[in-house]
Design a protein around this ligand. Structure first.
Ligand code: 0A1
Ligand code: ZN
Length: 890
């Protein structure tokens, strides 16, 4: 390496309020791809009673460009001694109390491959300022608790940049001739105070799908979804999702939109999913473009959810923002919770909840149990970009959801109303949010707040004791919060455990808990390390259904025997727990089977009870009241990631053998029924136009699951090819191709080349083409990926493309990535080193699988650690990568 200096750690405990405010910001951009000039006129005031210099943030961009062209204070060039300029700061040593600072700076957007600040994508110009990208555009107090009113003037060649957008409302647009060249000049004004991370500019050759929306108080809003002209026919679903989001936020949270126009722009180079810039959301094309022949049901759902998420930020994030970046979950956890509720309300609530929990368990639980574990409100960071994590987002959403569970919907809504009213226009903390819930409910939330400060996934164990003579069931709940880096000791959490008791027919029994009548479902509050709850007035031993709807983000260990699980799979009226019971049955079988494989025995055949339960569940698909989506979730055999997490070390190859064997055995035993259900579902699907509607989505998911099972039979390839032939949407095409891709048959290569020839001009389709190959389980998949990095359509510079191959292998193909040779690790390290030279955020995200080396066997651990070190040793290693690697090797 190595680095000249250890990157600095920023600590919450060291937070101090700003000593200057920036009331007004006037920015003028002379835009061009190679060379852009930015003039910033800032009206700055000292906070009364403070002292010291003014230190403005200002980073050089990737190429070291971003030179200062001029600087004035109240229109006058100050003495050289009055200010100094370093690599990351512009300091005014003794500025006036209130003054206008004007700076001019030059940028080179085309050289910016980090996609932070102002950058070029295709022939257009775009910005990304969260979290600290604004300082790459101009010198500023780049911190969210400095909120200002912005006016932005954009000047550009109208032939190359006909569309000029910024935040807020349009003021004017004129075409002029400047120094003999045509210039379009657009002025935007945002009447709402905002932190600079919400600033945005777009200058590009785009076309809009236009629509309008009338808010509940009668305000007219112009809506535009801006894309490349050839993509306009893929914008209907995005616009529809936007209008639904706007209406939903009014009815569910009482939140109305507050500008005359809402612009949403799609860009193909983007590090994340999308960005909530005030009035000008910028989206990764992946979360905008969809047509039935190009997008899967998962893509359609993703667009709906992300459009909702960014729109909902207008209140949870923009109007009420974060005081500092330690409070990131204040806006992200809350907004994820809001987008989850939106998707649940417009789709299937039960399916949505199960999917959320799967995501939490497969991504957040491992993070919480690994070397980068951090609380929902972290205490420190080196690089804030590393903290856009599943803990901040998804665990943060679970914490808000627990607030709802504890308060009930009416009181919770009073709490959010109070929060928005009290803190509108402010930059606040997670404590401020919780204080509103506490105030409206009159409850003490001090123990609850440990969810924000203690990292690690608690384990909750439950056992029940039946006393026939007394007619009581005693439920003992205990909790353990594991040690995590920097937090060796933990205090007990407040865990809401939603519970019902099921009678012999599956009906919920009336509850008397510790002598008090509690209806037929109760939220037990576990606050101690161990607690007993006595249910009385019972005539027969009931089956407890606990943690219903996954009422807390914990690992649950119950004393359920196989009979209780089978009973709950058949009868539990909580859909989440019903599906959960089925999954647990599969898991118990698979874990026993893996143990056999590990001692070189044959994998286990499914028991009669498991076969019968599967058959009963599947047969119910033929009944009029069937819910195919839930059945598909209940019958999906747990994936390698889930299995790996339950094993002492993540032995994916044994898990793979056990899993394949189980699916093949189920398919063999139930072949006629699988065909019957397929035919039944097909009646509603084949020959009908595609609809993104919960019932059809459910039918497709169950049918695709059954095809996947039958693909394991001797005539599997024929089944898959027939499915490919009848596919009426990308959902089915992709499912069939994924199955073919895991084979070595000539039909695979044929199907892949047909797909390539059909779609090579569509970037998102090519991403699918790469991802299909990167996630194949066939033995040569790793060699395939190594060859594909050299494919003419591959580039590491486009984040979506890099994700579709490199991250898809490392994060979605555990079997082949963790090949015993260690070649997968070396390959990943090579890619991370290459990417870190131009895009540190993406490099840091991609290396995550290597940080989990403790979950592997010692030989693999050795290679993973060596490769982490090699990543760290690269000259110029970014602080993003430095932080994650050093934490994981510590
Ligand atoms: N606030 C956005 C996430 C986001 C964060 C950083 C970005 O650039 C580095 C981009 C987007 C959201 O929650 O959607
Ligand atoms: Zn967000």
């Amino acid at each position: 390496m190595l680095r000249d200096a250890t990157p600095k750690t920023i600590r919450l405990a060291e937070y101090t309020p700003p000593t200057f405010t920036i009331e007004r910001v006037a920015l003028t951009f002379d835009l061009d791809v190679e060379r852009t000039e930015v003039e910033a006129e800032l009206l700055i005031s000292r906070v009364p009673g403070t002292q010291g210099p003014l230190v403005l943030n200002g980073d050089a961009d990737a190429e070291g460009s971003g030179q200062l062209l001029s600087l004035t204070i109240d229109g006058v060039v100050p003495a050289q001694t009055a200010w100094s300029l370093g690599g990351e700061a512009l300091t005014l040593h003794a500025p006036p109390d209130r003054f206008t600072l004007t700076t001019r700076r030059r940028l080179s957007p085309s050289k910016n491959k980090a996609f932070e600040g102002l950058y070029a994508s295709g022939s257009g110009l775009f910005t990304q300022c969260e979290a600290e990208g604004f300082r790459r555009i101009t010198w500023f107090l780049d911190r969210p608790d400095v909120m200002s009113i912005y006016t932005v003037t954009l000047r550009a060649d109208p032939a190359r940049f006909p569309v000029l957008l910024s935040n807020g409302n349009p003021v004017s647009q004129t075409d002029e001739v400047h120094e003999g060249k045509p210039r379009r000049v657009a002025v935007w004004h945002d009447p709402h105070k905002k932190p600079c991370y919400l600033f945005a500019v777009v200058a590009a050759d785009l076309k809009a799908r236009h629509d309008t929306f009338t808010t509940q108080s009668g305000q007219h809003v112009d809506l535009n979804v801006w894309v490349r002209p050839q993509d306009l026919d893929q914008t209907a679903h995005c616009m529809d999702s936007l209008k639904k989001s706007m209406r939903w936020d009014e009815t569910r949270f009482g939140r109305e939109y507050d500008l005359k126009v809402f612009n949403l722009v799609a860009v193909s180079d983007f590090n994340m999913g999308a960005m909530e810039n005030k009035g000008l959301n910028i989206f990764n094309t992946k979360f905008v473009l969809a047509r039935p022949d190009t997008a899967t049901d998962v893509d359609f759902a993703g667009i709906e959810g992300v459009v909702g998420h960014e729109y909902f930020h207008n209140w949870s994030g923009n109007r009420v923002t974060c005081r500092d970046w330690f409070q990131l979950s204040l806006k992200e956890g809350f907004t994820v919770f809001r987008d989850q509720e939106f998707s649940a309300d417009v789709g299937s609530r039960a399916v949505k909840r199960i999917e959320e929990v799967r995501r939490l368990r497969s991504l957040q639980f491992p993070e919480d149990g690994g070397p980068t574990a951090h609380p929902v409100r972290p205490d420190s960071y080196v690089e804030i970009s590393n903290f856009y994590t599943v803990t901040i987002y998804e665990k943060g959403a679970e914490v808000v959801r627990m607030g709802l569970t504890l308060l009930g919907p009416e009181v919770f809504r009073k709490g959010t109303d109070l929060y928005f009213a009290r803190h509108d226009g402010q930059a606040v903390t997670t404590d401020d949010f919780v204080a509103c819930l506490a105030e409206v409910s009159g409850r003490d939330f001090s123990q609850f707040k440990r969810w924000y400060t203690q990292a690690g996934t608690p384990t909750v164990s439950s056992s029940s004791e039946w006393d026939a003579a007394k007619g009581t069931l005693t439920l003992t709940l205990s909790q353990k919060v594991p040690a995590t880096p920097g937090q060796p000791e933990k205090l007990p959490m407040l865990v809401p455990v939603t519970t019902a008791l099921l009678g012999p027919s599956g009906a919920r029994l009336p509850l008397v808990v510790d002598g008090v009548q509690r209806g037929d479902e109760v939220v037990l509050e576990l606050t101690q390390a161990t607690q007993r709850f006595v249910f009385s007035g019972l005539t027969q031993r009931p089956v407890p259904s606990i943690l219903r709807g996954f009422s807390a983000p914990v690992l649950l260990e119950t004393d359920d025997d196989e009979a209780a699980l089978l009973f709950r799979l058949a009868h539990d009226d909580d859909a989440f727990n019903r599906v959960e019971a089925g999954q647990e049955l599969f898991l118990r079988h698979l874990l026993a089977s893996v143990a056999q494989v590990q001692v070189n025995e044959a994998p286990l055949a499914p028991s009669k009870a498991l076969l019968d339960a599967t058959q009963t569940a599947l047969s119910s698909a033929l009944t009029p009241t069937a819910d195919p989506a839930l059945l598909a979730l209940a019958l999906s055999v747990p994936g390698l990631d889930v299995l790996g997490d339950r094993l002492p070390w993540a032995d994916y190859s044994s898990a793979f053998l056990a899993r394949e064997h189980l699916i093949a055995a189920l398919a063999q035993a139930l072949t006629p029924l699988l065909e019957q259900v397929d035919a039944h579902l097909s009646k509603s699907l084949d020959g009908k136009p595609y609809r993104f509607a919960p019932d059809d989505v459910g039918r497709r998911s169950l049918r695709n699951l059954l095809v996947a099972w039958r693909a394991r039979l001797d005539d599997g390839e024929a089944v898959v090819l027939e499915h490919l032939g009848r596919a009426g949407s990308m959902t089915d095409t992709q499912a069939a191709l994924a199955l073919l891709c895991s084979s070595t048959s000539p039909a695979r290569d044929q199907a892949l080349s047909t797909f390539y020839a059909t779609w090579k001009a569509e970037a998102l389709m090519m991403d699918k083409w790469f991802a299909l190959q990167a996630t194949s389980t066939r033995p040569q998949a790793l060699d395939d990926v190594m060859a594909l990095v050299k494919h003419e359509a591959f580039t590491l510079e486009n984040p979506n493309r890099a994700r579709s191959l490199v991250a898809a292998l490392a994060m979605s193909n555990p079997l082949r990535f963790h090949e015993a040779s260690g070649r997968g690790y070396v390959f990943l390290a090579d890619q991370v080193r290459a990417i870190d030279a131009f895009n540190p955020q993406i490099a840091a995200r991609f290396l995550t699988p290597l940080t989990r080396w403790k979950r592997q066997d010692p030989p693999r651990q050795a290679v993973m650690k060596r490769e982490l070190q090699r990543i760290l040793d690269r000259e110029g290693c970014s602080k993003d990568v430095y932080e994650l690697v050093t934490k994981s090797l510590a």
